[in-house]
Design a protein around this ligand. Structure first.
Ligand code: CLF
Ligand code: SF4
Length: 497
């Protein structure tokens, strides 16, 4: 059924290329960095929050084996240290991986990073992983290489990683205390033996810490991923954040545990719950005093292709790639021009931000912060129909400014408001996912979702279509303040939830 729409006309973007529209990048995490580091992260969609609105990444699933067991993994699916559990990737040989990478690079020129993140542990499959990296560094030198590991085999791999010019390594570190580790890892496979419990966890933790120190000593950027497991390591992760920062890690990505019985994992079957969105945000805030936090992770699959949050993998099946005729030298020229255009736009925005004269300090009005959900298809602007959104970005507007908090995944409402397995409609689930937000900004929205959102205390707003996200959030915050709707917290202020 065609839905009636409310709000301004807005072009839908597939996330491809860079529009000439004004783009609002979120807080510029890069301005304080030395030039050499900035050059390494400014076009990496995971290491730079504002870059993820413009640049894409891809993974090749070349690494099937794993050398440890995590309680949130059952090995039928991708490695959950970097991936959403419950999905399976098509395994590739290094040769197929190189072909696929070139095909994606030629088709999606804003793809800047090739990562290996599973489906097992890349460093437990050194031949396949390093053969892929070696070939790509020779044949597609314009692509940054990235790897994600549980860390057990990291120290012995550091030399080889530096040889392949790999500037970005992610280590999943869930704990520093082997007693906690034993509740997450039942065993590790070490020196041809399976080692169980606390002793196995101790070995894993020592290897992770040693690998982290060796990488940072070589100037390789390290991101640490941690899976937040309520009641197991949630309190402990603040300590993890402090320690890894002290050892030179660049970024900390605390991800929520996803444990469902149907995935057949130990935690899923034991009904270990994952954190709520609010618990996750609170922990990220608690860690952020000590560390650069990543908040835009999408827990991608081991064969993900496209912008973060988007999966174009089906366009690049082996069958489809075989039909493509790729001239990679030509593709590199085109990619260089596209990257130059995006980088110029991004740099202009970063410079504009750095040069902006700070607004005179306003006397604090004692207003409460507001969470605002945003539908965007990329480029940092509000350019997506409510019904076309597969995810919403959540921002907090307050008297201190606007900051990005998290994203919320939803199903595609516009494909038909079908009932999910649990009897709940897709729209009802979306509204539940946004229940702590007071407003949703999108380019358009139909009457039915408008009414239901409003009834749930979430005000839809289509008046800021094609505006930069942060500017639009600041504007609606001021509108709410002017309307007297932001009385201080604790005074019985209505919270949409
Ligand atoms: Fe892939 Fe990971 Fe490299 Fe990114 S993903 S290997 S650092 S290129 Fe990124 Fe995906 Fe989160 Fe990973 S959003 S799951 S953090
Ligand atoms: Fe599974 Fe990854 Fe853990 Fe290995 S490291 S057990 S593949 S989640």
């Amino acid at each position: 059924m065609e839905l009636p729409v409310i709000g301004q006309e807005a072009a839908q973007s597939s996330g491809g290329g860079c529009s000439a529209s004004s783009c609002g990048s979120s807080n510029d995490q890069l301005s304080h960095l030395p030039d050499a580091i900035r050059a390494k992260v400014q076009d990496h969609p995971c290491y730079s929050e504002d870059a993820h609105h413009y640049f894409a990444r891809m993974h090749v699933a070349v690494a099937p084996a794993c050398n440890i067991q995590c309680h949130y993994c059952n090995r039928k699916y991708d490695c959950s240290n970097e991936s959403r559990p419950g999905v399976v990737s098509e395994l590739l040989t290094p040769d197929q991986a190189v072909m696929k990478t070139k095909a994606v690079a030629a088709t999606i020129p804003q793809m800047t990073v090739l990562g290996i993140a599973g489906p097992g542990d890349p460093l437990a499959n050194p031949e396949r992983t390093f053969e892929t990296f070696r070939r790509l560094s020779e044949e597609a030198p314009d692509i940054k290489l990235c790897v994600s590991t549980n860390g057990l085999a990291l120290p012995e791999s550091v030399e080889e990683l530096s040889r392949h010019n790999i500037d970005h390594v992610t280590i999943t570190i869930n704990c520093l205390d082997p007693e906690i580790g034993a509740k997450i890892y039942p065993w590790v496979f070490w020196k041809n033996r399976r080692i169980f419990g606390v002793e196995g966890a101790r070995i894993l933790i020592e290897q992770q810490q040693k690998g982290l120190e060796m990488l940072t000593a070589r100037g390789i950027l390290v991101k640490v991923n941690s899976v937040m497991i309520p009641g197991v390591n949630d309190q402990h992760l603040k300590e993890v954040s402090k320690v890894v920062k002290a050892k030179g890690a660049f970024l900390h990505n605390v991800m929520p545990l996803i444990a469902e019985a149907e995935h057949g994992t130990f935690y899923g079957l034991m009904e270990q719950r994952g954190p709520t969105a609010e618990e996750l945000e609170d922990l990220q805030d608690a860690c952020s005093g000590d560390m650069n936090m990543m908040r835009h992770c999408r827990q991608c699959r081991a064969d993900a292709v496209g912008m973060l949050g988007e999966d174009r993998g089906e366009e690049f099946s082996l069958e489809k790639i075989a039909e493509m005729n790729i001239d990679y030298d030509k593709a590199m020229e085109m990619r260089a021009a596209v990257h130059e255009g995006i980088t110029a736009e991004l740099n202009a925005k970063r410079a504009e931000k750095a040069a902006a004269v700070p607004a005179p300090e306003k006397a604090k009005r004692g207003l409460r912060p507001v969470k605002i959900a945003v539908a965007t298809a990329g480029q940092g602007v509000i350019n997506q129909h409510f019904g076309h959104a597969r995810e919403f970005l959540v921002y907090e507007a307050s008297e201190d400014g606007v900051r990005f908090l998290s994203h919320r995944k939803t199903d595609l409402y516009c494909s038909g408001d079908e009932t999910c397995g649990d009897g709940e409609s897709v729209l009802a689930r979306t509204i539940k996912a946004l229940s702590d937000c007071e407003m949703v900004l999108c380019s358009k929205i139909g009457f039915e979702p408008w009414g239901l959102l409003e009834a749930a205390g979430i005000m839809p707003n289509g008046e800021h279509a094609m505006e930069p996200i942060e500017e639009a959030c600041a504007a609606v915050y001021e509108e709410l303040a002017a309307a007297g709707k932001l009385e201080p917290k604790g005074d019985g202020a209505a919270c949409a939830a």
